[in-house]
Design a protein around this ligand. Structure first.
Ligand code: ZN
Length: 325
């Protein structure tokens, strides 16, 4: 090593650590190999020329190492791609939504619901309520409601009419895609206890087939219009029937302050809150309603989440008003 070499080595070592020495030695060895083959070696190398040599040597070393690896283990690349694929698939299929330690609070929901950021809802120790919206989906009001629910990380249960679902299939799909539950409010909103048995059965069956065609599955929960039922309705529906314990009277008042006050007067742990997503005033009330209930220690869940947490085994034809602890 001449003086320039030593100075260069020290400078590289100072800047990049011991690795530079390895590179330097490798470049020296390359020079020796070159000399032994009778080629004329460099006799006076400036620091800048040396620098170029080390960079080239490093690149050569990396290239040959990867080439050797690839030749010896040709299956290695395929294996890496396979592992990456498995990780991506597992991530997409992550169904667990709760980060609480309480096992009873761990729930399964649809994979697509991940982006609702439901993991941010800490349910442990919270009073739970289910927002339910009837009579939609409506092109005029439901998209804005869905935007609000998404921004508030609040899932809801939609008792949709078959007729509206058929008119706005994309909205019905969006409801499910964003982590909410799409349930049935029958086909044409008829008063089921006032129509002939055959007409009642037709209405229920038609709604079922609309849901099946558009959403790819039958509804699992039903709310008969006006909350009206008798034994014939219960047996014709043959699914759990979800009514409500908090009536916001949103359809009647169509007033934000009144909707919030009426809800706060009746609210309780395990409540099922009745609203209608076809009224602009109802949608207007939702952000403040969510905020005020959260301030009072409530958190929002879908009906299936609520029944799961409260250990309620829903049975077909049975009427449910709420799911108190
Ligand atoms: Zn209704």
């Amino acid at each position: 090593m001449n003086l320039l070499d030593r100075l260069f080595s020290k400078e590289i070592q100072r800047r990049t650590g011991a690795h530079a020495i390895t590179i330097y030695i490798e470049s020296e060895n390359a020079k020796k190999r070159s000399r032994s083959r009778g080629k004329k070696a460099l006799t006076s190398a400036s620091a800048s020329t040396k620098k170029t040599t080390t960079i080239v040597t490093t690149k050569k070393l990396q290239g040959s190492f990867l080439r050797r690896l690839d030749t010896r283990f040709p299956w290695l690349k395929l294996f890496a791609v396979l592992i990456f694929g498995i990780i991506v698939v597992l991530d997409l299929c992550d169904l667990t939504i709760s980060h609480t330690s309480d096992e009873s609070n761990r729930i399964k929901i649809a994979p697509m619901a991940k982006h609702v950021r439901v993991t941010e809802r800490v349910l442990n120790g919270k009073k739970l309520v289910a927002l339910t919206f009837d009579d939609g989906p409506s092109e005029l009001t439901t998209p804005r409601l869905l935007d609000i629910l998404k921004s508030k990380d609040a899932p809801a249960t939609f008792f949709m009419l078959g007729s509206m679902t058929r008119t706005y299939p994309d909205l019905a799909k969006r409801i499910e895609k964003e982590g909410h539950i799409a349930a049935s409010h029958t086909m044409y909103h008829q008063n089921l206890i006032r129509i002939p048995a055959a007409a009642m059965q037709d209405d229920i069956n038609e709604a079922k087939s609309v849901y099946s065609n558009i959403l790819g599955h039958d509804p699992t929960l039903v709310r008969p219009p006006y909350g009206n039922y008798n034994d014939a309705v219960r047996s014709a529906i043959n699914l759990p029937i979800i009514l409500w314990s908090v009536d916001t009277l949103d359809w009647k008042s169509q007033n934000v302050d009144s909707i919030i006050a009426t809800t706060k007067n009746q609210i309780h742990d395990g409540a099922v809150i009745l609203m209608h997503d076809i009224y602009p005033t109802t949608v207007d009330a939702v952000p403040a309603l969510i905020d005020t209930l959260r301030q009072d220690g409530y958190e929002f869940v879908t009906i299936p989440e609520l029944t799961n947490i409260r250990g309620s085994n829903l049975t077909p034809g049975t009427i449910y008003y709420n799911f108190r602890p």
